[in-house]
Structure formats: C-alpha cells, structure tokens
Design a protein around this ligand. Structure first.
Ligand SMILES: NC(=O)c1ccc[n+]([C@@H]2O[C@H](COP(=O)([O-])OP(=O)(O)OC[C@H]3O[C@@H](n4cnc5c(N)ncnc54)[C@H](OP(=O)(O)O)[C@@H]3O)[C@@H](O)[C@H]2O)c1
Length: 341
C-alpha cells in the first residue's frame, strides 16, 4: 500500500514531538549580545519610551488582549495593567493565564483572565458576553493571539486539523470576536482595535509559511477594509507589523533564531507605542520600501524564494510533527503520475 494512502493510527497522530516552550538560554544569550541586540532593536517598530503616554491612553479603561498566556501578549498585559488599565486577557492555557494574572495582581494591577479557544465559536461568543457583562464596554481590543506554522505544502496536505486551527486562531476567531464587540464600541462612539500582525505582510512570499501568512493576511485585510467603515464611528484601527520576537512561537524556527530579534518585552513596548499613539500602521519604516520593491519585482523575488526553498531544508521539528491526519483518498500521487506517463 502506498505510504500516502495509509490511514494513520491514533498512536501515530498523537506521538508528535513537543514544541519548545521558549528560546534556549544559549540562543537567547547570542541574541542579547551587543551587536545582535542592536540589530534587533534597529529592525523593530518604534517602542514606548514614555509610560505616561500609555497611562493617558489606558488608565481606567478596559483593554482586552487575546493570546496573553505567554510571549508578547503576557508582557503587554503587564504593561497595560501597570499603566492603570482594567485588563481582560484570554488564551487556551488556564494555568499559564493564571500565572500571568497572579503576577499582575501581585503588583496591584486589575486583570480578569478567561480560558478561551478562538477556534470555538461558542467560547468566543461567551467571552464577548462575559466582558460586556463584567465591564460594560471595551475601549481597546488587541488581537494578539496567533498560531504559527512553518511547513511545506507537501507535508501539509494530509493535516486538515492544522489548516482549521491556524485559520481559526489567526482569522476566523479574531473576526468573530471583533463582530461580537464592535456594535458596543460603535454605540459608544469610541475605541481602538490593534492587530498584532507580522512583518511578513510587507515582504515577498516566503516558502513554508503559506498557511500562517495567508491567515494573518486574511485578518489584516479584513480589518483594513472595515477600518474605513468604522472610522466615522470614532473607532481607530492599527495594523502593527511585528518583526521577529523571542517567544514560544519562533523558538523552533531555525531561520528566525538566526536573524535579529527582540525580546517579548520590547515587542510588547512596540505594541504599547501603537496603543498610546494610535497610528494607522505600526511597522519598521524601511519595510515599506521592501513592500514596494516586492510588488514591483514580484517575479524575481518569487524566483529567489524558490531557490531559497530548495537550499533550506524542512525545519526538522516541523517535519517530524507532520504525521498524517487523513488518507489521501486519490491514492499515491507518484504512482498515478507514473501510470499516466
Ligand atoms: N514571535 C514572533 O517572531 C512573531 C513575529 C511576528 C508576529 N508575531 C505575532 O505576535 C503575536 C503574539 O505571538 P508570540 O510571539 O507572543 O507567541 P506565543 O508566545 O506563542 O503567543 C501566542 C498566544 O496566542 C495564544 N493562542 C494560540 N492559539 C490560540 C487559540 N486558538 N485561542 C486562543 N488563544 C490562542 C497562545 O495561548 P494558548 O496556547 O494558551 O492558547 C499564546 O498566548 C501573534 O499574533 C504572532 O502571529 C510573532
């Protein structure tokens, strides 16, 4: 029986190795060394230098942050709570969320934590209802939750669960949460929605990041379009294009861990800058030139990316986790190609 039409056993699908929960101390130390640190800071969005400006934007206000159980979201929740906001955080990992909330409360901050899977419509609706019931309004909504996936299409075709989970966390969940809260923000005639997107939106196509970048782009475009519709209701929208940050998400990536990066805390200060200043776009400025060049030189850029794809091997961890979740019902592609000549 061809390998591609084999039905995976339950053991096989659950035996995937675990992802690292953060950057190793050795790699972190390399990135914190002077030159790498400076390069990381230089290639980042502008960061908050005056905490009083964040306090002016959020003190006494309700700030909802998704994906705050770790990384940028957890650091941002701390910054906003320290600035006097009533912070509401959500993610799937109840234990990690509670750790973040306890840390904030120990400093006297106000925080509510909700265990929510953005891939579950009922949980998203219940979360929106709880926020409105408990706090009556949302002043700042930060879409920070995200699921990354760095895997070639050859290995992704037999993993429909990854397709749905990535779309749910990066696109459908955030759309549904916005739709649930937006009428109440519009009725009050005031609010700010921040999308923590990725610098990848302003770059040429990157092989193996298809699902992640497509799902981030879907939400980015959706929010950009509705921004025009809600501007007259007093609601500002910021698309914040984050560069590489040293979090759980990027820890297993053998390319990102070699490029300049910033700490989760610095990345959070960048998002805090966007909350304080409400720009339409938060990004490292030279990326706009990159975006323009990638549009103008799309053919050569795609050919360069194809060469890079051939040279850079599939990330080992990502490949080892790509166990099939479903049969390829059409049979083995190589066998069929051979039969048809
Ligand atoms: N790290 C980077 O280099 C980088 C670069 C550009 C953009 N970004 C963006 O930055 C944002 C923050 O990511 P990070 O780097 O801080 O990574 P992270 O530490 O992995 O944080 C991701 C957060 O999203 C939550 N999440 C994932 N799936 C979810 C779901 N279905 N429902 C609810 N929450 C979910 C995770 O919590 P649970 O697992 O507990 O649910 C976690 O709190 C993401 O939107 C990411 O796309 C990151």
């Amino acid at each position: 029986m061809p390998a591609t039409s084999r039905r995976p056993s339950t053991d096989e699908t659950t035996a995937a190795p675990d992802l690292p929960q953060g950057w190793s101390p050795a790699v972190t130390a390399r990135h914190e060394a002077r030159l790498m640190h400076l390069a990381g800071r230089f290639t980042s969005t502008r960061t908050l230098r005056r905490p009083d400006l964040l306090a002016r934007a959020v003190r006494g206000r309700v700030v909802v942050i998704t994906g705050a159980s770790s990384g940028v979201g957890a650091a941002l929740a701390g910054l906003c709570a320290d600035a006097g906001a009533q912070v509401v955080i959500c993610a799937r990992s109840a234990d990690l969320l509670e750790e973040v909330a306890s840390e904030i409360r120990s400093r006297g901050g106000l925080v509510d934590a909700h265990c929510v899977d953005l891939g579950d419509d009922d949980q998203v609706r219940a979360f929106a209802a709880a926020v409105l019931r408990d706090h009556g309004r949302v002043d700042v909504l930060v879409h920070n939750a995200g699921k990354s996936l760095n895997r070639s299409v050859a290995l992704s075709g037999v993993r429909p669960k990854d397709l749905h989970a990535t779309l749910a966390a990066n696109y459908i969940g955030p759309v549904r949460l916005t739709m649930a809260l937006l009428p109440y923000m519009r009725a009050r005639g005031e609010g700010h929605i921040v999308n923590v997107s990725t610098a990848g939106m302003l770059m040429p196509a990157v092989p193996r990041w298809s699902l992640y970048l497509a799902s981030k782009a879907a939400f980015d475009w959706w929010l950009r379009c509705i921004a025009c519709e809600i501007a007259d209701d007093g609601i500002d929208v910021t698309s914040h294009y984050l560069g590489s940050a040293r979090t759980k998400m990027s820890a297993s990536d053998n390319v990102l861990t070699r490029l300049p990066s910033q700490s989760a805390e610095d990345a959070a200060r960048g998002v805090a800058h966007s909350i304080a200043h409400r720009p339409r776009v938060g990004a490292w400025r030279p990326l706009f030139a990159v975006a323009g060049m990638s549009a103008l030189l799309r053919g050569p850029a795609d050919r360069l990316a194809a060469r890079a794809y051939r040279r850079i091997p599939e990330p080992r961890l990502s490949a080892s986790r790509a166990l099939p979740q479903e049969d390829l019902v059409f049979g083995d592609p190589a066998e069929l190609a051979q039969r048809c000549g």
